[in-house]
Ligand binder design. Structure first.
Ligand SMILES: [Zn+2]
Length: 139
């Protein structure tokens, strides 16, 4: 269950960003090639943050499609279920993934003592290697 280790990394990053402030919502972008199951991810999150300062923080997952960009013809196409890495427009193999392998903490909503009625504070941090060029996911 790799969701648990993803949640551990995530919790550590959130804690670094927010310190001891009370976190309400954690926003994460997940590329579909990560093969994260949202329900499993939320379950793992509750398990990982239980008995920590992050207990009660909600996980907001946004799944991003896998997109293949062709260097030969310049087209970007969504990767289909067949997972072919050739350009579907011109057939070139000179392609790279521009989306689909992300696992990024995009924002954290924290509670402040002054009720503003809206999201008060947002922090950003990035997880994992930034390298999303070409390599197939080792699933
Ligand atoms: Zn092409």
């Amino acid at each position: 269950m790799h969701e648990v280790s993803l949640c551990r990394q995530l919790a550590a990053a959130v804690t670094r960003a927010t310190g001891d402030r009370e976190v309400e919502v954690v926003h994460v972008d997940v590329g579909e090639l990560r093969q994260v199951v949202p329900e499993a991810m939320r379950f793992a999150w509750t398990f990982v943050v239980k008995d920590t300062l992050l207990a009660g923080a909600r996980l907001d997952l946004r799944q991003l499609p896998a997109v293949l960009a062709c260097r030969a013809c310049g087209t970007s196409t969504r990767l289909g279920p067949e997972l072919g890495f050739d350009c579907r427009v011109c057939g070139s193999t000179d392609t790279s993934l521009t989306s689909g392998e992300q696992f990024v903490l995009t924002a954290v909503d924290v509670r402040t003592s002054i009720p503003t009625g809206d999201r008060a504070d947002r922090s950003e941090a990035h997880l994992g290697k930034g390298d999303r060029d070409g390599a197939l996911p080792s699933a």
